[in-house]
Design a protein around this ligand. Structure first.
Ligand code: AMP
Ligand code: MG
Length: 320
């Protein structure tokens, strides 16, 4: 046991970088908590993160990059976003920005949102991994769903040893509190999650009062209940046994329902990982077809099917 925990030297880091490029998961330290990292441009690898967390949900993930220049290749930085990055990066600040057009980042990373949460950590091992992998890393906290965040490599091993290819050990993390998340997509900055940087420190840099987001899941009881989660315009009808007039079809499996209108099969061969990868682009495509409603075939509630059904149930819930 614990054999995939490594105190990283240059060779281990090179091997870890290769594992990331091969689509494997590597846990790494940051100044806040340990992250469960995967190549953010590889949808299969990102799906692996959700599967590894157990009882998964498609919460949007933070993407780690080595510096501001790398971040600006992925997201649109306003002057204020740049100003915050210059003041706090590397450090425990996550900036939510609009994705650049033609972004190489997997749809699954931001759960279908047009935005991206970007962070530059100061941890030297994480920085070395980013350079060795030569890929942006999608990384939620390296714990199983519902467990507390891991602040030591041993915590990661206890929760995730079977699903991570390697755990990079840097002892105890220094903050043990997650990064502060700020929405920097608009003219005014909004605090989405309080974290290791106090709001006062952010305000002293912006020179303004920063609003706190209402209803954001900063409370551990309601993770992922983000108001900004992608919601289709069309109504969603779950567990459909037939397709009605004017409905589009979101199908799953080798025997799709008969449909005369627009349809999209999440996975013809009934593969839940493939379905997860297709979910957000499928919803967007069917929504754009102009159908008033989307009939969704039943999806098995196992493995990533649970996360798919969670996301669909939220999309089908009555709108405020
Ligand atoms: P964790 O990785 O466990 O620290 O959680 C990541 C946090 O970042 C979650 O609270 C997400 O809701 C938030 N997040 C990630 N991407 C976005 C985004 N594009 N917009 C808003 N919040 C985001
Ligand atoms: Mg977490």
């Amino acid at each position: 046991m614990g054999s995939n925990i490594h105190r990283p030297g240059p060779e281990t880091l090179a091997a870890a970088g290769q594992l990331i490029r091969d689509g494997q998961l590597v846990a790494f330290p940051t100044e806040t908590v340990y992250g469960l990292g995967a190549d953010a441009t590889n949808s299969m690898a990102v799906a692996g993160i959700f599967a590894a967390k157990g009882r998964p949900r498609f919460n949007p993930l933070i993407v780690h990059v080595p510096d501001l220049a790398a971040a600006q290749k992925l997201g649109v930085f306003s002057p204020m976003a740049k100003h915050l990055a210059a003041a706090f990066w590397p450090g425990p600040l996550t900036l939510v920005v609009t994705r650049v057009a033609g972004s190489p980042i997997s749809d699954l990373v931001s759960a279908g949102l047009p935005t991206l949460a970007l962070r530059v950590t100061s941890n030297p091992i994480a920085q070395a991994l980013l350079r060795a992998a030569d890929r942006p890393l999608a990384a939620p906290s390296a714990n199983r769903s519902g467990h507390v965040s891991a602040t030591r490599a041993e915590h990661v091993a206890a929760d995730l040893a079977d699903s991570v290819a390697m755990i990079l050990d840097d002892g105890a993390t220094t903050h043990g509190l997650e990064s502060a998340i700020v929405d920097a997509t608009g003219d005014t900055i909004v605090l989405l999650r309080p974290g290791a940087i106090p709001i006062e420190a952010l305000e002293s840099i912006t020179g303004t009062t920063i609003a706190r987001a209402k209803g954001h899941a900063s409370q551990p009881t309601a993770p992922g209940q983000l108001e900004s989660h992608y919601a289709p315009r069309a109504a969603i009808r779950l567990n459909a046994a037939s397709v009605e007039m004017g409905e589009a079809l979101l199908a799953f499996g080798p025997a799709p329902l008969a449909a005369t209108g627009p349809s999209f099969n999440l996975s013809r061969r009934g593969d839940l990982i493939e379905a997860a990868i297709n979910l957000f682009s499928a919803l967007r495509t069917l929504d754009a077809s102009g159908a008033a409603a989307i009939a969704v075939m039943p999806i098995p509630n196992e493995g990533l099917g649970e996360a798919i059904n969670d996301r669909l149930a939220r999309a089908a819930a009555p709108r405020a």
